[in-house]
Design a protein around this ligand. Structure first.
Ligand code: URA
Length: 239
């Protein structure tokens, strides 16, 4: 990895711009391997250097991958004038420029959302060709039947719209697990609507092979492990 100017490292890894990074350096608040950095033009290898602001170690990797347990009532967007977004919920130490949610959950849907600054991964994950499976738990306004499951497995049609065959497993009278590999607008709600049931609560439990961490309360986040990152794009599926 090549060396980079310290102000560039700081500004690309944090939410503040270049001039804020320079101000931090001038104020003597930045250290590199324990030594206070005095000049913004000093160069370091970000992979090999322990950089701290006010004693807090900063993440030096170019890309970050965050698992959030999105609560209901929060938008899957980077910013919005009227509503809180998943990015607003991130703790300060995880915030940096260029973060966005890779994929959307409806405002009233909760569960696993991936937040990243890696456009290429997001593109791969969201491309219909990739067939990344996502598992949801849906609660409906009526009892679910084997007939519903059979319809899902056959592939649902709704007017002009066609959804690919999806596995559905009834786990309680009104509740089912559904696995899909597409990401059409309101897909799960519309699939249930097509069989005459309305979704009353929806939660995403898994993306690829990675389950939502049960230790994460709604609104909380953590970084993905390297293995989880690989498993996100893993094509194996089945409930
Ligand atoms: N399907 C939906 O209907 N809503 C979501 O948020 C995700 C999948």
């Amino acid at each position: 990895m090549a060396v980079e100017r310290i102000d560039k490292i700081l500004s690309s890894r944090n939410t503040e711009g270049r001039s804020a990074a320079k101000a931090l350096i001038k104020a003597g608040r930045v250290t590199a391997n324990g030594v206070t950095v005095r000049r913004p033009e000093e160069k370091f290898d970000p992979e090999q250097t322990e950089i701290r602001i006010d004693g807090e170690r900063i993440s030096i990797s170019r890309f970050v991958y965050i698992m959030m347990n999105k609560p209901k009532g929060v938008l899957s967007a980077s910013n919005d004038k009227h509503s809180r977004t998943v990015i607003d919920l991130l703790p300060e130490e995880m915030k940096r420029r260029g973060l966005f949610p890779a994929g959307r959950l409806d405002k009233d849907t909760e569960g696993f959302i991936l937040i990243t600054n890696d456009g290429e991964l997001a593109h791969k994950m969201l491309s219909p060709k990739s067939h990344v499976y996502k598992l949801y738990e849906a609660e409906c306004d009526r009892a679910l039947t084997d007939c519903d499951a059979a319809a899902f497995e056959k592939g649902i049609r709704l007017g002009e719209l066609e959804f690919m065959p999806a596995e559905m497993k009834i786990i309680e009278k009104n509740k089912a697990l559904v696995e899909i590999c597409e990401g059409k607008f309101h897909q799960i709600k519309r699939m249930f609507h097509a069989v005459g049931a309305e979704v009353t609560a929806l939660k995403r439990l898994r993306i690829g092979q990675v389950f939502l961490d049960e230790a994460l309360d709604p609104g909380k986040s953590r970084y993905l492990t390297d293995q989880e990152l690989i498993d996100i794009l893993n094509l194996k599926h089945g409930i």
